[in-house]
Design a protein around this ligand. Sequence first.
Ligand code: PMP
Length: 422
Amino acid sequence: MRSASAAAATLDVAAIRADFPILATTARGAPLVYLDSAATSQKPQCVIDALTSYYTTSNANVHRSVHYLAERATMAFEEARARVAAFVNAPAAENVVWVRGTTEAVNLVATSWGRRNLAAGDTVLLTEMEHHSNLVPWHMLAKSPDEGGLGIALDFVPLTDDGQLDMDVAAEKLAAGPRLFGFTAKSNVLGTENDVVRLCATAREHGVVTLVDGAQSVPHGAVDFAALGCDFLAFSAHKALGPMGAGALVVNADRYAEMDPYQGGGEMIMRVKLATSTYMDPPLRFEAGTPSAGDVIAFHTALDYLAGCDLAAVHEHETRLTRLALDLLAELGVRTFGPADAAQRAGIVSFDVPGVHPHDVSTLLDGRGIAVRAGHHCCQPLMRRLGVIATSRASFYLYNTEDEVRRFADGVRHVQEYFRRR
Ligand code: PMP
């Protein structure tokens, strides 16, 4: 297995593709065209090997036993934490809490920070482009206390018609003093890349705690936790070439003191008596129970692979593919959603073929081996804002090619012709 860096410095896409065995397979008898990386990325052989290697050479429960295997596993587990911290430029490994993914990270913030610091009369500010995972945990806190909530208010930054956050309204709403502003760095439907630095700076001016959903941004470019200036950054391994089952919540250390444990159980405790317990320091305080150690360790390998690529070149490549897709779809008269400029929405193209249900679009494309997603993309409020019940979505990553985008557009033309004939 060639090292990642060899494949990537100039974004040699053919060499990168050779690292992903699934990309050489067929689907429905045609070469697979995988355009669903926003849902989950494919995995390079080195990540698959890392998982196998963990289970063949190092498997043991971490932070528990002192035998050889346990030491190996614990060391690799903690090295992965340091790798994640370095990848996003967090101050230290201790700022990284392991979670199952972005969804669990947001739930952790809502529960550990929210339940301790919010009360009726407080507002949490979100946006109209949030994934359900950054809406539903806050809905739970907005319920009345007799329904298990806190009775907090929720407010939302609206979108402009081209799918950007309305920055003037965002500034006004931040000045009104919500307690927390939770927002995605990049929309999984529109591809919109939000100005996280500016939003966090405005939030800080008004003493507003910030939670950034990095599920779609961390895998695609250099995300610098320190430069963003946010309090919490959440992301998932599986969208960044890593396995499902691992993710990270990066926490500004000042916030740790304001958080109660998320769950109770093994490994998060210092001392337990029958009726009381004391806790470990963070991050272990927030990691009760046996973690997904093999996934975390393979996440380390995935980040090594990504870091071995020129992330600016990855972004440029995705922008190029996006621009081509937008141009080809426009030629076909297909409606696309989100910013017109590909540079503001690299990698994601949601579209609507007039008169054809997105599931039919997806099914017909699938018949040609082309994988796109159709549905509400866990963003039902955003669908309502766009005036649709669902969209089709093609999403690109470092391993996709212009030829695949052309096959995709050809597939969409076939969809149009098929429905014109009926
Ligand atoms: N936020 C965004 C913007 C996403 O795209 C996703 C995954 N579709 C999530 C959150 C949730 O991530 P996960 O399912 O890995 O927890």
